[in-house]
Design a protein around this ligand. Structure first.
Ligand SMILES: [Zn+2]
Length: 218
């Protein structure tokens, strides 16, 4: 019986996501959005802040939408966001939304009330965290570059290099990799500005994740 219930729940989750994108949730709760490339930024509903550091990422298939806050590291899908903004648990939100979209026979819950959050309180922690994370990404990328370069030096014969998948990937990516490092470095020379540097930071984070994975496989 429980198994059937779980299958029903998973089915509902996918169907809810098809009916309600992450931008629908933002709209419903009146979140102010600022577009940045493929994502949107908003003041995080999960913690008090002055600079929008919560990113909402919609996809053409809304079953893959997600959000992530660079300030408090909260994240999840649109149902989790819906639950965070209403006084419901995730489970209650699924029940409520399944009802709203005519997917469930279970008794519906009352309309959600938007959780009040203090927008105006001062909080510099996001900027502070951002600077720390920014420096860390730069440092990690430099470390990876140095270790790959050391690896290349270890090869006595140039012919052996071409057999190394990692080295080949590095040469393929070298230009982009160096460009990211340069842009990060430029940011370090100025005063770190969240709105100005967030894009290069996100891009650098992506490169770092990819390279960490490549090195892990080794
Ligand atoms: Zn947050």
């Amino acid at each position: 019986m429980n198994k059937i219930k779980n299958i029903q729940r998973d089915y509902n989750i996918q169907e809810i996501k098809k009916n309600m994108s992450i931008l629908d949730v933002a709209n419903e709760f009146g979140l102010k959005l600022k577009r940045s490339g493929k994502s949107y930024f908003t003041l995080c509903p999960m913690h008090v802040e002055q600079t929008a550091s919560c990113s909402l990422v919609p996809n053409s298939d809304s079953t893959k939408d997600y959000f992530y806050c660079f300030g408090c590291e909260a994240g999840g899908d649109q149902i989790n966001l819906f639950a965070s903004l209403s006084p419901m648990s995730n489970r209650e939100a699924i029940n409520y939304l399944a009802n709203r979209y005519g997917l469930s026979q279970e008794q519906p819950l009352p309309e959600p009330i938007v959780r009040e959050y203090a927008r105006n309180k001062r909080d510099r922690s996001v900027e502070r965290n951002f600077l720390i994370n920014y420096k860390q990404v730069f440092y990690d990328l430099c470390t990876i570059r140095d270790s790959v370069n050391n690896l290349i030096k270890q090869y006595e014969f140039i012919e052996l290099l071409v057999d190394d998948e990692l080295v080949i990937k590095y040469y393929q990516d070298k230009e982009h990799y160096e460009e990211i490092l340069e842009r990060l470095q430029e940011g370090l020379f100025e005063k770190i500005n969240f709105n100005k540097q967030i894009e290069v930071f996100i891009e650098a984070k992506g490169v770092l994740t990819k390279w960490k994975k490549l090195l892990q496989k080794r």
